[in-house]
Design a protein around this ligand. Structure first.
Ligand SMILES: Cc1ncc(COP(=O)(O)O)c(C=O)c1O
Length: 379
């Protein structure tokens, strides 16, 4: 019997991959967790009751394979048809599906992703995943998994999106890229973009565009109309952040029926678990409850921003449920440890684009007050 060496069974591309690093889910109790943009408020009592009531003998059955009722309800909410909607195991799954549906893997690619798939010089737009930097750190990982190239184009000063004229002048943005992923409002900067500017960008783009609106419920504007206006644009949404359902993993995409049909073809047969479908449906029946929560989170965000600014932090304006700050006196990495020592977990990215900053999720008013006390105590 020949020796089967696991390392030889694995594709070189997979051997060379660096996985996405999720924010820490701490094992110790009593930490104030402001590191993964979860909602500080629980799902509504109606959502909890509906989910509990679904824990019965039907757990032995497969869930609806297309999340039919949820797609119908979402279609009514967004004034479109169920054919315009696909539901996923979180919006992360849908981002991965979009890469697989739109982007050709690189032909005859090297056996290992170099600084993974980052492009230089010659490249084929058909194999290109494109995004601004800093934005969601999952995007290059998805491109690498797929064996695609990626193009990370720097945002402007204070993390604003460059204008079309600037993008054309700088010649780094590829208007023919197979897939462009735009986080709007942006993460980790929190910066909100004008829909008119996104409209211009979509209009100029020849390949597919996903507008990733994971945080849009905390923003001034949303781009849903662009997914219904353009045949090459998808909007991705999630129940994780604004609707307190990270645990259940439900996200969705809105777009042209042909694009949506392509994503349906390549998803898992039962990609959205049954309890997730029940919880998301009940959420849509209780939207006023959640809108009240958005208001509370936005009020806490604005107050915390003012208080940290008064303590010497540079705070970027946010249209999300987190803020990006540049701390005074010590490096961001040192602050991360100092706050952890005071049982407060925030996020620091070891990435040159945001190395000097901390991303702080907006918690309850009591959690925000505890953060301010901890900062003062270190000052
Ligand atoms: C910009 C962005 N898009 C998508 C997601 C994924 O959300 P989901 O929980 O729906 O997979 C996140 C989660 O952190 C995010 O920050």
């Amino acid at each position: 019997m020949p020796l089967r060496q696991p390392q030889l069974l694995i594709r070189p591309l997979v051997l060379g991959l660096h996985p996405y690093v999720p924010g820490e889910q701490p094992k110790i109790k009593g930490l104030i967790k402001l590191n993964t943009n979860e909602n500080p408020y629980p799902p509504s009592p109606k959502v909890l009751a509906a989910t509990r009531a679904a824990v019965d003998g039907r757990l032995r059955l497969y869930p609806n394979p297309t999340a039919q009722r949820l797609r119908e309800k979402l279609a009514r909410l967004h004034h479109c048809r169920p054919e315009n909607i696909i539901v996923g195991n979180g919006s992360d799954e849908l981002l991965a599906l979009a890469v697989r549906a739109f982007v050709e893997p690189k032909a005859g690619r090297a056996s290992h992703p170099s600084r993974a798939g980052e492009t230089s010089g010659l490249r084929s737009s058909r194999s290109l995943v494109q995004f601004f930097t800093p934005s969601y750190s999952l995007y290059p990982v998805l491109a690498n998994i797929h064996g695609a190239a990626w193009n990370a184009v720097p945002l402007g000063t204070d993390f604003t999106i460059p204008s079309l004229a600037e993008l054309k002048r700088a010649r780094r943005w590829d208007f023919r890229a197979a897939l462009s992923l735009v986080t709007t409002p942006n993460a980790p900067s929190g910066c909100g973009y004008r829909i008119a500017q996104l409209d211009d960008l979509c209009d100029a783009q020849k390949g597919g565009v996903v507008l990733d609106e994971a945080y849009v419920d905390f923003a001034n504007e949303n781009a849903l109309a662009l997914a219904l206006k353009y045949p090459h644009v998808l909007v991705a949404r999630t129940f994780s952040k604004a609707y307190s359902l990270c645990f259940q993993r439900v996200g969705y995409c809105v777009g042209h029926p042909d694009l949506i049909a392509a994503l349906h073809k390549i998803r898992d047969s039962y990609n959205v678990n049954g309890l997730g479908q029940v919880a998301a449906l009940a959420t849509l029946d209780d939207l006023p409850h959640y809108r009240a929560n958005f208001g509370k989170i936005i009020a806490t965000r604005e107050r915390l921003s003012r208080e940290l600014a008064a303590l010497g932090f540079q705070v970027f304006p946010s249209q999300t449920n987190f803020i990006l700050v540049r701390p005074p006196r010590f490096s961001a990495e040192v602050w991360l440890e100092k706050l952890r020592g005071r049982k407060i977990l925030v996020r620091w990215f070891n990435d040159p684009a945001v190395h000097d900053y901390l991303r702080i999720t907006i918690g309850t008013p009591a959690e925000a007050a505890a953060l301010v006390r901890a900062v003062r105590a270190e000052g």
